[in-house]
Design a protein around this ligand. Structure first.
Ligand code: KE4
Length: 438
């Protein structure tokens, strides 16, 4: 029987996906990979180089996911490969301190304005969980304020849905999260300073921290409205609340020093991940020394980890961060140029087709929202036509462009995305948008 090219194109991924589901929940080790919101079979990837991926059937794709952020210099960067190979030959982990951990900590403190001391962990989730616990321990307060549509990893106190009323406490957003946990999390609308003010005043002296994605990426890319970050800073200063920037996604992506450098607002604590591990499992949290010295063993707030700061991951992270430190002016100039050209080209394609969708771009991340709304928060992001996004996603995938498999994720690119990739992306995008709207 003649197998249609598209069937051939996915044959191995389909076979792997069917097999994986017998031993791995949903056949994936993270639901973000499952293609649930766009439909179809997730690609099983065989390898990557620069801006490109190759799937299990050797189909090549231009990659705008970049492992959800780490690949700022593209896949299989020679500096990372060399560093990992060298370290592996001297063993991968000791459970004892190593010099490379100091080198990485010093690079983070040099690059990120708010960070005077930093603790390495193994994921962004660990970083945000630890930062929130630290803020609670430092202030001796229980409540945290987070924002609808912001994702800070799968820590219990972050998997919270908005309570029934605007002023009520959070409710669990996943089975397994207890009401006891949820009651201490308050949810605010993103970009709504008045709402945050109301929550703070209704919980005087009880709020330990406000945590946010200072440029949102987990409801699609949504920048802070003018004055929003500054207003949060003032509110935290006035009420002795710890301001936490979750820069797991934005750190080293929107500027060498992240959003806090780009927008000139300094948090008390910063959470990092993704890029700082160069694709290996690394997270970190850091900030003012006065607060960080509350972390064990210096202080009473406990946090630990067998593989935290392990030399293999640190060597990979050091390869990335030292390149950023040495070449940052050129790196972020290139990223900004690509971002502007991609935004301009996308708007040109939309205009040519009479589509008034909303596009956002901040540094090396962005989103095309399939809505004409002014997207500033979760509600306006949710006005997007997700079915149309799904059709667009597959139209792009069939022509070799791998976008995030959800309207509510940001697309990422790096220094390996150049003129040829921009040209390929915009031409394919025009055809995909025409096809989806024909
Ligand atoms: P990890 O635990 O996945 O390393 O980091 C959690 C996290 C924390 N904060 C922000 C702002 C994040 O974006 C993330 C994780 N991002 C998602 C993608 N939007 C990771 C993809 C996945 O879960 O597979």
């Amino acid at each position: 029987m003649e197998v249609a090219p598209s069937d051939l194109a996915l044959q191995s991924s389909q076979r792997f996906y069917e097999r994986a589901q017998h031993t791995i929940p949903g056949g994936v080790n993270s639901p973000a990979r499952a293609f649930d919101s766009v439909g179809g079979t997730p690609l099983f990837i065989e390898g990557g180089e620069g801006a490109y991926l190759k799937d299990a059937d050797s189909n090549e794709y231009l990659d705008y996911v970049g492992s959800w952020g780490p690949m700022i210099f593209g896949h299989a960067h020679p500096d990372v490969i060399k560093a990992v190979q060298e370290q592996a030959e001297a063993s991968t982990s000791f459970g004892a301190p190593t010099e490379i951990e100091i080198d990485v900590a010093e690079l983070v403190c040099d690059l990120v304005p708010s960070v005077e001391k930093v603790r390495m962990v193994n994921s962004g989730t660990e970083a945000t969980m630890s930062a929130a616990r630290l803020a609670r321990g430092y202030t001796d307060r229980d409540k945290i304020i987070k924002f609808e549509g912001n994702y800070h990893g799968h820590g219990d106190f972050f998997l919270i849905a908005a309570g029934s009323g605007a002023m009520t406490l959070g409710e669990p957003d996943s089975p397994g999260v207890t009401k006891g946990n949820a009651k201490d999390t308050l949810l605010a609308r993103y970009n709504d300073l008045d709402h945050v003010q109301q929550l703070v005043e209704a919980n005087q002296g009880e709020v330990a921290c406000i945590i946010l994605e200072p440029v949102a990426g987990n409801m699609g890319c949504i920048p802070p409205e003018p004055g929003f970050l500054e207003g949060l800073r003032e509110l935290c200063d006035a009420h002795d609340i710890v301001l936490i920037f979750d820069e797991v996604m934005t750190g080293f992506r929107v500027a060498p020093g992240g959003v806090q450098e780009r927008y000139g607002v300094t948090p008390d604590l910063t959470c990092l991940g993704k890029i700082i591990g160069g694709g290996l499992p690394v997270g970190a949290y850091g900030g003012r020394q006065e607060i960080m010295d509350y972390v064990s063993p210096t202080g009473p707030v406990y946090q630990a980890g067998t593989l935290s700061g392990n030399p293999l991951a640190m060597r990979a992270g050091h390869a990335i961060l030292s390149k950023i430190a040495e070449e940052k002016d050129q790196i972020y100039r290139e990223l900004e140029e690509y971002a502007e050209a991609l935004q301009d080209g996308t708007e040109h394609n939309l205009d040519a087709l009479g589509l008034n969708y909303t596009t956002h771009q901040v540094g090396a991340m962005g989103s095309l929202f399939f809505t004409s709304a002014n997207v500033t928060d979760q509600d306006t992001a949710k006005s997007s036509e997700t079915e149309t996004y799904a059709a667009y996603f597959h139209a792009m995938l069939e022509e070799g462009i791998y976008l995030p498999p959800s309207q509510f994720e940001a697309m990422f690119f790096g220094t390996c995305h150049g003129e040829a990739e921009l040209d390929e992306t915009l031409k394919t995008q025009r055809r995909a948008l025409e096809r989806v709207h024909s």
